[in-house]
Design a protein around this ligand. Structure first.
Ligand SMILES: [Zn+2]
Length: 473
């Protein structure tokens, strides 16, 4: 399929610029996103990244690209090993539990599944082969602890993504842990020789008894499923260094080819103005929010509503606002089937054309969701005005529905308003009210209508029978 002739601009961390997106194979996108380390429930900061990636994928598909998406599962690293030891269960048992939880959470947030979810523990031979190649080419060496390290001084482009300066670097200084700061740039572990701390987690390989470092996992798995050079690699800004810098170094040193062409990173999430941390009492997994009865679709909408490259401040107040935003759109969708106005075709045609252009232009501008949503809410307001004035024809109402449906194929926040379930209590009240009306007991009918109103349902009697909608905010 030929992509539509739109220029989608994406901000590439490699160049620190917005660039027109052009995939290697016309019409096809190969995309890798760093997946969860399955050592705990994913928190809402993790989900900000996964939702931004979901939006990017849905937008590219909307623009006519076929997308091949790979997301890895880090099921062996420093954190998973430590976690399994604390709980005194096998690494497999431990990570499988959190893998399952991750998929449940992703489904609850309406994240479209990736094409492949490779697990690190199932790709050890690929990692070993890559490390052997790096040893052969002189980019890697064995340390006195028998671990194998990548020699960053041998890779001249080291620092290209994170823009770190290597002048102060102590040559030969080594780091074995997976995560470390920019100021500590040094030779990092590709293969970690077994120590007693690893317990029963090890593989006997040509590189010796041990386990892979975290960074090599993503290089080996992305190239296996997407090829040595692919289009897009995503993650959170905290992945830029060291994780993605190291991925580039290992991959390009091994293949002699460019690795990913576009690197996209989402900014941090703050909660109530602060960096999310357990010690601040503002640390939330998705499950914590569900336990507080937060609306899942509102969470999705809220996390998508700020541009991905801006820091985003999560508050419960903003979550309520996101929920009423969804309701505004849904209420319009409920009104549309009944709109049989006399028509102001010029006005409604203009409105539809305008929102399509504004929405598309904003999304093509590096996924500017804030501007895109502003155009949608303007549109909703103006269409409501047309319906109020009895000027939206049935044919135009269908065009509005088509636009909103297409909008929702990208944002994924609306419930199916035709099949939406009323709460059982509301259903009972509506049917009691119908019975009262049948026997012309207007007083009871009116009381029940008021009761439903306090529950947030507006009841309208029409020739086709009773209709209901959620109260407009
Ligand atoms: Zn990764």
């Amino acid at each position: 399929m030929t992509p539509a002739p739109h220029n989608t601009l994406l901000f590439n961390t490699l160049t620190r610029q917005k660039e027109a997106f052009n995939p290697i194979t016309p019409g096809e996108v190969r995309m890798y996103t760093c997946g969860p380390t399955v050592y705990n429930y994913a928190h809402i900061g993790n989900f900000r990244a996964f939702l931004f990636e979901d939006l990017l994928k849905r937008w590219l598909k909307h623009r006519g690209f076929k997308v091949l998406h790979v997301m890895n599962l880090t099921d062996v690293d420093d954190k998973t090993i430590k976690g399994s030891q604390i709980q005194n269960v096998s690494l497999k048992q431990y990570t499988e539990f959190y893998t399952k939880a991750f998929f449940e959470d992703a489904r609850n947030l309406n994240v479209e599944p990736a094409n492949h979810y490779p697990k690190a523990t199932e790709h050890i031979p690929e990692m070993v082969a890559m490390i052997e190649k790096l040893l052969e080419k002189g980019y890697a060496y064995k340390g006195e602890d028998d671990s194998i390290y990548f020699a960053i001084s041998k890779f001249k482009a080291y620092g290209r993504l994170s823009k770190i300066k290597l002048t102060k670097l102590k040559t030969g200084a080594r780091v074995k842990v997976d995560e470390y700061a920019k100021e500590e740039a040094q030779d990092f572990a590709l293969w970690k020789a077994w120590t007693t701390e690893d317990g029963d987690v090890f593989w006997e390989t040509k590189l010796g008894k041990g386990r892979p470092g975290w960074h090599i996992e993503c290089s080996a798995m992305s190239m296996k499923y997407l090829g040595q050079n692919f289009d897009i690699h995503c993650g959170g800004v905290d992945n830029i260094f060291p994780h993605h810098e190291n991925e580039i170094a290992q991959s390009e040193a091994a293949t002699g080819k460019p690795f990913a062409n576009y690197w996209l990173h989402n900014e941090h999430l703050l909660v109530e103005g602060k960096r999310m941390a357990k010690r601040y009492g503002n640390y939330y997994t998705l499950r914590d929010l569900v336990a507080r009865n937060c609306d899942l679709r509102a969470i999705r909408f809220l996390l998508l509503s700020t541009h991905y490259r801006q820091q985003f401040n999560f508050t419960f107040e903003a979550l309520e606002a996101a929920k009423s935003g969804i309701e505004r759109i849904e209420n319009l969708m409920r009104r549309l089937p009944d709109s049989k106005g006399t028509g102001d075709q010029v006005k409604s045609a203009q409105l539809i054309e305008r929102v399509q252009n504004q929405f598309g232009a904003a999304m093509d501008d590096d996924l500017n969701t804030k501007a895109a949503l502003a155009s949608v809410f303007d549109f909703v307001r103006e269409v409501n005005n047309l319906i109020d004035a009895n000027k939206l024809t049935a044919a135009e109402a269908r065009k509005v529905q088509t636009f909103i449906t297409s909008f929702d194929s990208i944002f994924g926040i609306l419930s199916d308003t035709r099949e939406e379930n009323l709460s059982q209590e509301a259903q009972e009240l509506i049917s009691k009210r119908e019975s009262a009306r049948t026997v012309k007991d207007w007083k009871t009918a009116d009381e029940l209508r008021q009761k439903l109103k306090t529950m947030g349902y507006v009841i309208e009697d029409s020739a086709q029978g009773v209709r209901w909608r959620r109260e407009k905010n």
